[in-house]
Write a new protein. Structure first.
Length: 76
């Protein structure tokens, strides 16, 4: 199970409050204080390809889209 899959089954369990609480307790991912899943892109919330340098907090795809707006230049 990845970090977002446990939410897909919640629609069926919302009508059964006791089972819903138990499901959330045992199947929701725990909050992380360190590691790869704690660092996310500010724009698209991707986990991988994260650029933390200069306090950007962007993934590489979002950085490529807005790099010229931020003042970065592409050199050949």
């Amino acid at each position: 199970m990845t970090y977002s899959h446990y939410k897909k089954q919640l629609k069926q369990l919302e009508v059964k409050p006791p089972k819903y609480k138990k499901y959330i307790k045992h199947n929701s991912p725990k909050e992380r204080s360190t590691g790869i899943s704690n660092k996310r892109c500010r724009r698209c919330l991707r986990i991988r390809g994260h650029i933390n340098k200069y306090g950007l907090h962007l993934c590489r795809q979002c950085f490529r889209e807005i790099a010229t707006k931020l003042g970065f230049k592409k050199y050949n």
